[in-house]
Design a protein around this ligand. Structure first.
Ligand SMILES: [Zn+2]
Length: 135
């Protein structure tokens, strides 16, 4: 399970809208399955159908999380025109079985979470949206 606040969800939705028709993406940093910070990232693919991170930005996000005593617990991206489910491309590119992949669908206004095993099985991960960001 992953918990994130309404505020973080609203920020993801706003970023998705701002970057449409391309996919928006980023990291959530936190601990113990609770997201505490959002790090928006550039979609290096600038594509409506897939995304990738810039290695330099990725390194900066990792550093920022470490300095805050947090871990990068989830990777999120938006689906500007399709439902919140893992596309074939998403599954293919999901190479960290310990990361939660969050997908926010703009048309559905919904976020769902998934993990992907090493043998590419997709498991749904419950997303709990909380009223406030816990401290
Ligand atoms: Zn996707």
């Amino acid at each position: 399970m992953i918990a994130l606040s309404q505020d973080i969800l609203a920020e993801i939705a706003a970023q998705a809208e701002a970057e449409a028709p391309n996919e928006a993406c980023g990291y959530l940093a936190g601990r113990d399955g609770v997201a505490l910070e959002r790090y928006p990232m550039t979609n290096a693919d600038a594509s409506p159908e897939h995304f990738s991170f810039e290695p330099r930005e990725q390194f900066a996000a990792l550093k920022r999380a470490r300095e805050a005593g947090l871990e990068l617990i989830a990777i999120y991206h938006s689906h500007p025109a399709t439902p919140a489910r893992m596309s074939d491309e998403d599954i293919r590119l999901a190479n960290d079985p310990d990361t939660i992949y969050l997908i926010y669908s703009t048309p559905e206004d919904r976020i769902r979470g998934f993990t992907v095993t090493r043998d590419k099985r997709v498991l749904e991960c419950e997303v709990q949206v909380t009223a406030e960001t816990p401290r």
